[in-house]
Design a protein around this ligand. Structure first.
Ligand SMILES: Nc1nc2c(ncn2[C@@H]2O[C@H](COP(=O)(O)OP(=O)(O)OP(=O)(O)O)[C@@H](O)[C@H]2O)c(=O)[nH]1
Ligand SMILES: [Mg+2]
Length: 294
């Protein structure tokens, strides 16, 4: 039997719903999701496999028009990932007007010249007329390929999109074993589930200032998996917020994260969370390497 297999890079502004779509297509939470922009920090590969095809979805951090060295790097990363992919998926947030960021990404996709699709997401929040107007505006961006209105949240339109993406894949063998869902190391995946709970529960600068690292994973004889993790903050005041009055915040984060981890692993887990300060961890190359952020 001949198979199709390849890489689809998802590019779009922060908050468009790229990670939500990856999880929907893969059928499992491989990338964390939040309403805070720039939730995704690492390029994550999510894998969906059928008997005769395999789609590898490359979930990229949201791209903004480059304004400084950081956004320049993010743009370079997007360009590299696009060049290494078979198909470009351009995602638009249907709830927002098309802006300079979208035009910037559209241009990058036109330039790379790959087969592409444009996905208008969040149609569950738009009525028919608004969807039609948004589709018209999306078409004016003039990205090659077809346009798909979807809701990554409800799954509406996602089946048609997947079918079309598969038709754009080259023929070839699978890149990952069929049971594999993501390329993330387990410790990174667990750390991400904890970070997701931090994002859901904090505001302002904290979502960007926090990072999570797994210190220890230990199988106990009674089958319990004991996880020790630390949440890094940049300042003492951020640490105080993360701990909360009487430790309430860190306990809530831990309880919710443990539930998510137990679903992922299908087993009982004990989670020990501590909060530490590490000034300027965002510039600490060794820590970033250890955290798998490149
Ligand atoms: N109503 C609605 N909300 C959605 C849909 N898809 C995603 N969202 C929400 O939009 C927000 C952002 O979703 P993410 O999947 O984290 O977006 P992203 O594009 O990966 O964002 P970054 O990682 O920051 O680039 C979350 O609150 C999602 O729940 C959708 O189809 N409908
Ligand atoms: Mg994301």
């Amino acid at each position: 039997m001949s198979t199709r297999s390849g890489f689809v890079a998802l590019a779009g502004r922060p908050n468009a719903g790229k990670s939500t779509l990856v999880n929907r297509v893969v059928g499992q939470k491989v990338a964390i999701v939040s309403d805070k922009p720039q939730t995704t920090r690492r390029a994550i590969r999510g894998v969906a496999t059928a008997p005769d095809w395999q789609l590898v979805l490359v979930d990229l951090p949201g791209v903004q028009r480059p304004r400084d060295p950081l956004t320049e790097r993010m743009q370079a990363r997007m360009q590299r990932e696009l060049e290494d992919s078979d198909v470009a998926l351009f995602m638009l947030n249907g709830e927002q007007k098309i802006g300079p960021g979208d035009r910037f990404i559209a241009q990058a996709i036109r330039q790379v010249g790959l087969p592409a699709v444009t996905v208008l997401n969040k149609i569950d929040r738009l009525g028919k007329p608004r969807t039609a107007a948004a589709l018209q505006a999306a078409a004016e961006l003039d990205v090659q390929g077809e346009l798909f209105p979807v809701s990554a949240r409800t799954g509406e339109g996602v089946g048609d999109l997947v079918e079309h993406l598969v038709s754009l894949l080259p023929e070839g063998p699978f890149f990952y074993p069929p049971e594999e869902r993501s390329d993330l190391a387990q410790s990174v995946q667990l750390a991400e589930l904890i970070r997701e709970q931090v994002l859901l529960r904090t505001r302002e600068e904290l979502p960007h200032a926090a990072e999570v690292e797994i210190d220890e994973l230990e199988e106990r004889d009674d089958g319990l998996l004991v996880i020790a993790a630390r949440v890094w903050a940049e300042t003492e005041s951020q640490k105080a917020i993360l701990i909360g009055a009487g430790g309430r915040m860190v306990r809530a984060i831990g309880t919710a994260a443990r539930a998510e981890i137990e679903v992922l692993l299908g087993r009982r887990v004990h989670l020990d969370l501590s909060v530490r300060v590490r000034k300027g961890w965002r510039r600490d190359e060794a820590l970033l390497d250890r955290l798998g952020i490149d």
